[in-house]
Design a protein around this ligand. Structure first.
Ligand code: CR6
Length: 827
């Protein structure tokens, strides 16, 4: 018996790290896992068997990590995020286990090409854009740094939609990423937890004669955890990502089954399962929909329950919770976790309110990811009260206590109380989730220096005055494993040849490359890498979309969600203006470097202006690409369905990175970092992390343009009239007139009229005000590009000086400034 138990806790041993070891295991998976012979195996069979084989190499490390963590009783990070934009898993797992070569050789010996199996994987698109991808980078870094972390989130059955174009207009298709099998997940139905909703609250007197509140909910769902491995980079550590899937509870079903209402029972099951059915495809805008609030509460309630009951030892004293956990709130989406923890401590554990609040405050920290006032999440009191009545009561109590404190510090300052109240009264009574997060969180951080400053000064000024020390900055970062080592093998080899492989886990070491910017031979090699990456992209686009790229041209890339504040329209105006000037004979196309303008962008399905802009880009592209007068000089490409997988080939090929949001609107950006790290130069505004990129790479290696935030502020306050810019700038006028003329819509003036009239009469994001500055900066780009050696030198310096933007560094900053957790292996 004892022996048995000893055996069962011993970690599994991994298959042999050799070609033979791999082949044996792979065939075993094919035969016994997939139930097919090699001869009859489809590509999907082969892919699934391969994924499962690679997984086996990680398994022993995973079990060992979990065991070590239990024993060490170290503080963990619970990253609470409604989104994880993971990207494909296979390559990352091969890199983490250092199996790529073995697998390639092993498969080849069976007549299988690794590349073909790679392409078979459908990436889990469980996020919208930057925020979700950031979460994925962070958990990668924590695993690589051996920091105990559990990522908690939702296992959406459908992730971000698959974008197609019909006549240039976006048409959304369902993303059924699970259809062909999900080899990377481990469902644990036996560990499901129940989550309640609805009903009312009641007062009662407990056994000790204390008056208390309790929740009497009316319906519930079950959360089934699905575990995913988060392997560190060749360090023997595998953390866990736990995503929750909603299921109907049996109690719910049975009652109806017993009453003979079979169809009704199945319907209610569907109702419950709707909760994790689909990711809301909105980026940077809250949805305010009941289902969305259900999703939020569902996953945080499951996660807290899981941590308290399954991760912590059974006899754990929750008074010590802050020593074992920090719940990092990735934006306001998981903030309902705050009243949930209070409810558990006060209602279930019967603690005093103050005692519970003291512990709760130490367990949370909040990251804000926006500056747009309309993007700050609020929930109508009526809706919250209907779905989570007890939580609403708790929020009221938190608010009352907080406002009483404020009133003490600022006697008689009624206005301040109204400004700082968690409850907004207009336009409808609602709960301001960012305020709740700020009041509850031990720290509040923005995601770039400028953003954190504006967060303090403009978004939460009363709070930063009240708690100056609560506010801090952690500039975002990206994982060098996925976005350099995997995405850009040619550059990685070049760097490793020059400075050794240490940069992969210590990206600051890229600095050692700086002197090589002056080495002619190195520059030639660097250019060869770029050329190679362009060929790779060209082949991919041909295969994927039938798009042909011209041979030798500057690759100018703007990839990110379609949003007015990001100003894809400014980019379009630049292209249209060049086109108009060439066609009208003003500009000789042979005098400018040939350019390919590449776009990638999804628009939220309900965001009309964004969808129009997509159509405009496609229509401009169609006209420009077909016009012999600009042939060779200007090419526009817009491959549909930009996602992590496409980014991995597109970014390494880019020469120029477009980061042109209106100053003061982009919280950070992370694409900007990926481009710089892959040797593209940035044309950008003084916004988000662009500011820090420019400071690090140097002004001379960055094309800065546009109004700065205080100027934007002043212009808007003075009353911005875009039409004046149109009247005064002939180049701008001609570009806009060309769009208005219907030239890109087969002569139909109505198609893009909304865009034109918005630009002329509203232009919230000051496209026209920045137009001339942007064109001037583009002229500087052309000029710089003509000097090939100087351009390459700048590109190398961009790589060498961007090591700061590793998500490893970001994680160290969170540890130092926010979490104070001690990694199992120290720095
Ligand atoms: N849309 C910001 O807009 C930032 C990421 C990650 C965003 C972007 O500038 O880089 O978060 N914000 O911090 C939100 O999603 C609310 C984003 O991805």
């Amino acid at each position: 018996m004892t022996e048995n138990r000893a055996n069962s806790t011993a970690p599994a041993t991994a298959p042999q790290h050799s070609v033979e070891g791999f082949v044996k295991e792979f065939l075993r998976e094919l035969h016994y896992g997939q139930g097919v012979t090699l001869e009859r195996a489809s590509v999907n069979d082969q892919y699934l068997a391969l994924a499962r084989t690679v997984r086996e190499y990680l398994m022993a490390r995973w079990l060992e990590t979990v065991r070590r963590q239990r024993d060490a009783q170290a503080k963990s990070v619970a990253y609470l995020s409604a989104e994880y934009l993971l990207g494909r898993q296979l390559d990352n797992a091969l890199l983490a286990t250092d199996l790529s070569e073995i697998v390639e050789e092993g498969l080849a010996s069976l007549g299988i090409e690794l590349g073909t199996l790679r392409e078979q994987e459908v990436e889990p698109g469980l996020g919208n854009g930057g925020l979700g991808r950031l979460a994925a980078c962070f958990i990668d870094s924590l695993a690589t740094m051996s920091v105990p972390c559990i990522g908690y989130g939702i296992r959406y059955e459908y992730g971000i939609f698959r974008q197609t174009f019909v006549d240039g207009f976006q048409v959304e298709k369902a993303d059924s990423w699970l259809t062909l099998g999900a080899p990377w997940e481990f469902p644990h139905p036996e560990a499901a937890v129940t989550v309640h909703f609805g009903g009312s609250t009641e007062r009662y007197t407990d056994d000790d004669g204390v008056e208390r509140s309790r929740w009497v909910p009316t319906w519930d769902v079950r959360g089934v955890p699905y575990n995913y491995m988060v392997p560190g980079y060749q360090n023997g550590r595998v953390n866990t990502l736990r995503l929750w899937s909603a299921q109907a509870t049996e109690a719910f079903d049975l009652a109806i089954f017993n009453s003979g209402e079979y169809v009704e029972a199945v319907r209610s099951q569907t109702f419950a399962e709707n909760i994790s059915k689909v990711l809301y495809p909105e980026d940077s805008t809250p949805q305010g929909k009941e289902l969305r609030l259900q999703q939020q509460y569902f996953f945080v309630a499951c996660s807290i329950r899981d941590f308290v009951e399954n991760v912590l030892p059974a006899d754990f004293d929750l008074h010590n919770l802050p020593e074992r956990i920090i719940f990092q709130l990735n934006d306001t989406h998981p903030v309902i976790a705050v009243p949930e923890l209070m409810r558990i401590l006060v209602d279930e554990k019967k603690w005093d309110w103050d005692e519970a609040w003291a512990v709760t405050q130490k367990c949370f920290a909040y990251t804000c990811h926006t500056l747009l006032p309309e993007a700050l999440e609020v929930w109508p009191v009526a809706l919250l009260g209907k779905l989570l009545p007890r939580h609403l009561e708790i929020i009221y109590r938190i608010n009352d206590d907080f406002l009483a404190e404020v009133a003490q510090r600022y006697p008689g300052d009624e206005l301040r109380l109204r400004r700082m109240s968690i409850i907004a009264e207009h336009p409808e009574r609602s709960v301001r989730m960012a305020f709740l997060a700020t009041i509850a969180g031990s720290k509040v951080n923005g995601v770039a220096e400028l953003h954190s400053q504006l967060l303090r000064d403009k978004v939460l000024p009363d709070f930063s005055e009240y708690w100056p020390d609560k506010f801090t900055n952690v500039t975002n970062g990206v994982t060098p494993r996925r976005f350099v080592r995997l995405a850009n093998p040619a550059l990685s080899d070049l760097i490793t040849d020059a400075i050794g492989p240490g940069w992969i886990t210590d990206l600051g070491r890229l600095r050692e490359m700086e002197p090589l910017a002056d080495d002619q031979e190195f520059r030639e090699k660097f250019r060869a890498v770029k050329a190679h990456n362009k060929h790779r992209l060209s082949a991919l686009l041909q295969r994927r979309d039938g798009i042909t790229l011209p041979g030798d041209a500057m690759l100018d890339v703007m990839v990110k969600r379609l949003h007015e504040y990001k100003r894809q329209t400014l980019k379009v105006l630049h292209i249209v203006s060049l086109y108009e000037r060439i066609v009208s004979g003003e500009l000789d196309p042979t005098t400018i470097p040939p350019r390919v303008f590449a776009f990638g962008a999804k628009a939220a399905p309900g965001y009309k202006m964004a969808k129009q802009t997509i159509a405009l880009i496609n229509h401009v592209g169609r006209v420009v690409n077909a016009d012999p007068r600009v042939k060779g000089a200007l090419t526009v490409v817009f491959p549909p369905n930009y996602n992590v997988t496409l980014a991995e080939t597109l970014i390494p090929a880019a020469d120029l990175s477009e980061q042109i949001s209106l100053a003061g609107k982009e919280a950070s950006g992370t694409g900007n970092m990926k481009f710089a790290l892959n040797g593209a130069l940035t044309i950008g505004t003084d916004d988000g992390a662009n500011v820090e990129i420019r400071e690090l790479v140097g002004d001379e290696n960055f094309f800065l343009f546009g109004l700065v935030e205080p100027e934007v502020d002043a212009l808007v306050t003075a009353g911005y009239r875009p039409a004046e810019f149109y009247e005064e700038n002939a180049t701008l006028r001609r570009a806009i007139d060309l769009i208005a003329s219907g030239a890109f819509a087969g002569g139909d003036r109505t198609v893009f009229e909304p865009i034109v009239s918005n630009l002329l009469h509203e232009d919230r994001f000051l496209v026209l005000a920045d137009f001339q500055a942007y064109l001037d900066a583009q002229d500087r780009v052309d000029e710089a590009y003509r000097d090939t050696e100087a351009w390459t030198r700048s590109a190398i310096l961009n790589v060498a000086r961007s090591g700061f933007f590793s998500s490893d560094r970001a994680m160290w900053d969170y540890i130092d400034r926010i979490w104070h957790s001690r990694p199992v292996v120290s720095r």
